[in-house]
Design a protein around this ligand. Structure first.
Ligand SMILES: Nc1ncnc2c1ncn2[C@@H]1O[C@H](COP(=O)(O)OP(=O)(O)OP(=O)(O)O)[C@@H](O)[C@H]1O
Ligand SMILES: [Mg+2]
Length: 241
C-alpha cells in the first residue's frame, strides 16, 4: 500500500532523510523511533503529502505521490480521506472556532450531509471523551485536550491509515493507557497505524514493527517491536533509551 523507493529529502541545503526504502502493508502497526531531529516527523509529512521527496519516489496504492498529483482535487480528496494525520504540534492542526466545528470540518469538506456530520462528530467526541468541550475554542483548551480533539477530528473521516506524530505527548498516564487501547482496537479493526513515539511504557501491545531513524538521518533498522525493544545495547547506542 505504501512504498518509499530511495527517498531523500532536504529542507533547503540540509539533507534530513537519506535513501529511505520501506514498504508498509494494510493492517500494519508501525512505530517510528529515533533521537530528536532524526527525521521522524519529516517522514510522516512525506507520507501525508505535505512535502515531497527531493529525489526518489513515494507510492500509495501504486500511485506515485507528487505535488502535481495532489493538486488534482478529486485525487487529493480520495487520498486525504484514506490518510488521517495527527500533527506533533496540535496548534498547527486546530484552527476552527469551536471543538465541534473542528471535528465537523473534515466530514463537511468531504461533502457529507449535516445529519451524517453530526453523527460522526458526536461519536468521535464521545470516543475521545471531549464531548464537554464541544463549544469551547480549541485555542483555549489544555495541551492534552487539544491532542484528543485533533485525534477526534482525524477519526471523524474514518481513514484507512492513521498517521500519528507523538500522539502521547502532553497526555496524562490514564489518557496514555486509554489512547493505547484505542489504537490497538483501531488496528484490530483493520486500520493501519504509523506512529512516531518517544514513549515506550504506554505502547505495549500496539506495534508489530519498528522503524529506527539515526541522528544522521538514515533508516537504520526495520524489525519486529519485540526484537528492538529488548535490544538495550542498540537502543542506548542510538540515543533512543
Ligand atoms: N521546516 C523546516 N525547515 C528547516 N529544517 C527543518 C524543518 N523542519 C524540520 N527541520 C529539521 O529537519 C530535521 C528533522 O526534523 P524532524 O522534525 O523530522 O525530526 P524528528 O525526528 O521528528 O524530531 P523530534 O523527535 O524532535 O520530533 C531536524 O534537524 C530539524 O531541525
Ligand atoms: Mg517529530
Amino acid at each position: 500500500m505504501i512504498e518509499f523507493k530511495e527517498v531523500f529529502f532536504k529542507y533547503k541545503d540540509e539533507e534530513v532523510l537519506k535513501n529511505i526504502n520501506v514498504k508498509i502493508e494494510p493492517g500494519d502497526s508501525v512505530a517510528l523511533i529515533g533521537a530528536n531531529g532524526s527525521g521522524k516527523s519529516t517522514f510522516l509529512k512525506l507520507l501525508n503529502g505535505i512535502i515531497f521527496p527531493t529525489s526518489g519516489s513515494y507510492y500509495f496504492d501504486n500511485v506515485k505521490i507528487s505535488q502535481h498529483k495532489l493538486e488534482q482535487s478529486s485525487f487529493s480528496k480520495k487520498f486525504h480521506k484514506k490518510m488521517g494525520f495527527v500533527f506533533q504540534n496540535s496548534d498547527a492542526q486546530l484552527f476552527c472556532s469551536s471543538v465541534y466545528e473542528e471535528v465537523a470540518f473534515g466530514p463537511r469538506q468531504m461533502g457529507m450531509d449535516e445529519a451524517e456530520v453530526k453523527k460522526r462528530v458526536e461519536d468521535c467526541l464521545n470516543l475521545l471523551n471531549v464531548k464537554d468541550l464541544q463549544n469551547k475554542e480549541p485555542y483555549n483548551i489544555s495541551g492534552g485536550e487539544k491532542k484528543r480533539v485533533a485525534i477526534a477530528a482525524v477519526l471523524a473521516l474514518n481513514p484507512e491509515v492513521l498517521i500519528l506524530d507523538e500522539p502521547m505527548s502532553g497526555i496524562d498516564p490514564k489518557g496514555k493507557k486509554f489512547l493505547n487501547n484505542l489504537f490497538i482496537d483501531l488496528n484490530k479493526a483493520g486500520k493501519t497505524i504509523i506512529c512516531s513515539t518517544h514513549d515506550f511504557e504506554y505502547v505495549k501491545g500496539l506495534f508489530k514493527r519498528v522503524l529506527v531513524f539515526s541522528e544522521d538521518h538514515l533508516l537504520i533498522k526495520d524489525d519486529s517491536y519485540e526484537r528492538i525493544i529488548e535490544d538495550n545495547n542498540f537502543l542506548t547506542k542510538y540515543n533512543i533509551k
